[in-house]
Design a protein around this ligand. Structure first.
Ligand code: BES
Ligand code: MN
Ligand code: ZN
Length: 497
């Protein structure tokens, strides 16, 4: 899709699908220049048809009109509701609805006429609109039959034009959205691929492929033998249960000055989580192919950094393994030694995410990171607590937590902080090792983070539990690409500072 911006009058442009927002009010005319101009060109058709349909521009209501005006065959009106109630969250919902309404029509071109109804920050608004459109245009096709699925679902929006007052600003916003959307859709594709295709080796290959696309990126893959030698006993306790070998993928993006300490991102990459010997119930177990979405979002974020030529150093670590039962799998009661030297009693083999992450947290210390953010589909408890709206955030550094909270707000990819108080730590006590890998029934999201915190004592660290936001369930089952928007925003903010 080619996305451009222009300041020419929307009525003089031509598009298969024009999207016009309107604030609520008694009369539709006189409130959007684009609406009035296109309405005039169509001989008053828009205002008449909208009136007949009882369209009052209520918040997030859309109306699709097929006009007699050949330059604007299809017009989507979208209600912004009351002007004083508009905010970033509401605007993001508008962006998503507009994109879905447009994508559903499968037009060849789309025209956005938002400049008249512009919110406070036009650059941000354009970026969110453009990202949402590219999000809505994602189609998972890789493993679908060539005849049925692929053709039926084919969607080709070739062009998208933004009417803007400040064209230079809009172009910058569009460029930013293209980087972010590329990262999001890469993460979604990896999440959606089946677990027999998207293995740790496949993740490593995708990282290498990305590495070949940029001179600023160096990719290394640690094998199980390497990890064994490094003393990563916790990681190996998970990985050795599967015939598919695990690996630790390391990407070093050098966009900043050589001496600048990197931001480190770590992603949980369990390509399938059966639970191991503490096996999961079979209902919806297929969704545990999404247990690598943390790693996918970290890789997607690096892909965005490359596209955006971000002037920052970033290290990414993908902790990839499969969690399977089997003759070599860990047993409940096994005690393993982590790379940090601390020992862990594995009381539940289904709490495997923290086991692969703890060794990755120790290993990443060698980069002397400015800060470390790990991203993981870590606990079902987080879905119970926060549902599908927000990821869970826990940190040993409040300034870092606040940067992530702000980035999430602004990117429309929100996170919500939970406490990481010392008082929770005793829940991890073990009679036989330095700690157990589970903390009992209560505050499961927090005790998982408490476990990780014991391996993150030497740097500023934050943990994002994305179990509730990484994929949609039900009819729209599929990866969301979250939290690529949050992470990219966080890095963009740092590059600005
Ligand atoms: N990958 C799961 C967490 C998960 C479950 C994410 C359901 C999304 C939906 C993780 O490895 C896991 O199994 N966690 C256990 C931890 C427990 C054994 C302490 C959980 O949440 O039940
Ligand atoms: Mn598990
Ligand atoms: Zn898991």
């Amino acid at each position: 899709m080619q996305i451009t911006a222009t300041s020419r009058n929307p009525a003089s442009l031509s598009s298969a699908c024009s999207i016009i927002p309107l604030y609520a009010g008694r009369r539709l005319r006189g409130r959007s220049q684009a609406f009035d101009d296109i309405d005039d060109a169509a001989g008053g058709y828009l205002s008449q048809a909208a009136h007949n349909a009882g369209f009052a521009a209520d918040f997030n209501k859309t109306l699709v009109l097929h006009t007699p005006q050949p330059r604007h065959k299809t017009v989507i009106l979208i209600g912004l509701g009351k002007r004083k109630e508009m905010n970033r969250q509401r605007f993001d919902r508008i962006a998503r609805s507009a994109a879905h309404a447009a994508a559903a029509l499968k037009p060849a071109s789309v025209l956005y006429c938002f400049s008249g109804a512009r919110p406070k920050d036009e650059r941000h608004a354009t970026r969110q609109l453009a990202t949402a459109l590219q999000h809505a245009c994602y189609r998972y096709l890789s493993t679908r039959g060539a005849t049925k699925g692929k053709r039926k679902d084919k969607l080709r929006i070739e062009r998208c034009v933004f009417h803007a007052e400040d064209v230079a600003q809009a172009r910058a916003a569009i460029r930013e959205s293209e980087g972010i959307a590329h990262g999001i859709n890469l993460a979604r594709e990896l999440g959606d691929l089946p677990p027999n295709v998207c293995t740790p080796a496949y993740m490593a290959e995708q990282a290498r492929k990305l590495g070949r696309s940029s001179g600023k990126l160096r990719v290394r893959v640690l094998s199980e033998t390497n990890m064994e030698r490094l003393g990563m006993g916790a990681f190996m306790a998970v990985s050795r249960g599967s015939h598919v070998p695990g690996c630790l993928v390391c990407l070093e993006y050098r966009g900043g000055p050589a001496r600048q300490r990197p931001v480190a991102l770590i992603g949980k990459g369990i390509t399938f989580d059966t639970g191991g010997i503490s096996i999961k119930p079979s209902a919806a177990m297929d969704e545990m192919k999404f247990d690598m979405c943390g790693a996918a979002s970290v890789l997607g974020t690096i892909a965005a950094c490359v596209r955006l030529r971000l002037p920052l150093n970033v290290v990414a670590v993908l902790a990839c393994a499969e969690n399977m039962p089997g003759g070599r799998a860990s047993r409940p009661g096994d005690i393993v030694k982590t790379m940090s030297g601390q020992t862990v009693e594995i009381l539940n083999t289904d709490a495997e995410g923290r086991l692969v992450l703890c060794d990755a947290l120790t290993w990443v210390g060698r980069f002397k990171p400015e800060c470390v953010v790990d991203v993981a589909t870590l606990t079902g408890a987080c879905v119970v607590a926060l549902g599908n709206e927000a990821s869970g955030l826990m940190s040993n550094d409040q300034a870092l937590a606040e940067q992530l909270l702000a980035a999430g707000e602004s990117a429309g990819d929100r996170t919500w902080q939970l406490p990481l108080w010392d008082e929770y730590q005793p829940q991890l006590s073990s009679n036989f090792a330095d700690m157990a890998n589970i903390g009992g029934r209560w505050a499961g999201t927090i005790t998982a983070a408490c476990f990780l915190s014991r391996f993150a004592e030497n740097y500023r660290w934050a943990h994002l539990d994305i179990a509730g936001v990484a994929w949609y369930t039900g009819k729209n089952k599929g990866a969301t690409g979250r939290p690529v928007p949050l992470l990219t925003e966080f890095l963009l903010d740092r590059a600005d500072a």
